[in-house]
Design a protein around this ligand. Sequence first.
Ligand code: ATR
Length: 291
Amino acid sequence: MITVNTKLVGLLGFPLGHSLSSAMHNRAYQEMGLDYCYLPIEVSGEDLPVVFAAMKKMNFAGCNITIPYKEKIIPLLDELDPLAATIGAVNTVQFNDGKAKGFNTDGSGFLRSLQEEGFSLCEKKVLIFGSGGAARAIAMTLAEGGAAHITLCNRTKEKAVSLAAEINSKIRPCANAIAMERPELEKYAIEADLLVNATSVGMFPEITALPCPASCIHPHHTVADIVYNPYQTAFLQKAAQKGAKIVHGDGMLIWQGVEAFTIFTGKKPAASSMETGIRKQESGNRNQKSG
Ligand code: ATR
C-alpha cells in the first residue's frame, strides 16, 4: 500500500519502453517488506533539470539514470563519487537532506557478476569489444580493480584509442587499443584471460552476430557478454561450444541493481529476488508483444 510515508525511487531516461528495473526493484522491496516504490519516469532532455530538482524536494530516496542522461545528469549533482567522476557517467543518484550524490554501479555490477561466477581479476589480461558508454564503465572499473592489462577493440578504432589513453592517464598505464583486424586481434585474444562483449552486437533481433571472429575464442577464456536479450547470445554459445567459461549479460543488470538498491535503502537485497522480478517482467513483455 502506497502512503505519504512511502519512499520513492525513480528511473530517469528516454525512452524507457520495456525497462526491467522497476520489476527488479519492486520485487525486492516486496520480498523484504520495505515501504519503497520504484517508478519509471520518462523525461525529455529539456525537462530533466526541472524534474530532477522537483524529485530532490519530494519523498525520493534516489533514482537510477539511463540512456541518454548518464552524462547529462552530472552538472545537476551536488556530489560525485570518485569512480563515477573518473568514468564520467552516473547511473545511480542518492538523495540525502536535499543533496544529490552520483554513483556508477554499471562497472562494479559487471565486476561483481564475474566474481559471482568465480572469476578473479587479479593479474588477468582482458580484451574488451566496444568503446561506448558501457565499455567505458567496464574498462575503467576493471583497470581500477586491478586487471593486469586491458586491450580495447572497437569497430571505430579512434574511440578505442581515446578510451585507452584516458584509462592510462586517469587510472594507471595498463590499456592499449587495436583495430578489429586479424592477425593482431587473434594475437591479443590468445594472450587474454577474459573476453568481454561490451557492444550491442548479438542483441535481439540480430541474434546470430558475433562481436569478433570465432577464431578469437579459446578454451582457457572466460567469456562475458553485456547483451542479455537473448539470454544465451551467439557469442556465449560459441564460447561454450569451445569449452570456455561463460558469464551471462543479465548478471551485470542484476548486480548493478543490487548495488543501487543498497545505495537507496541501506539494505542488501537477495540477487535472486531481483532476478525473479526480471523474469516475470520479461514474460509479461513477451505476452504483451504477442497479444
Ligand atoms: P552503450 O552505452 O550501450 O555502450 P554506445 O555508447 O552507443 O552504447 O556504444 C555502442 C558500442 O557498440 C560501440 O562500441 C559501437 O561501436 P562504434 O563505436 O564503432 O559505433 C558498438 N557497435 C554497435 N553496433 C555495432 C556493430 N554492428 N558492429 C560493431 N560494433 C558495434
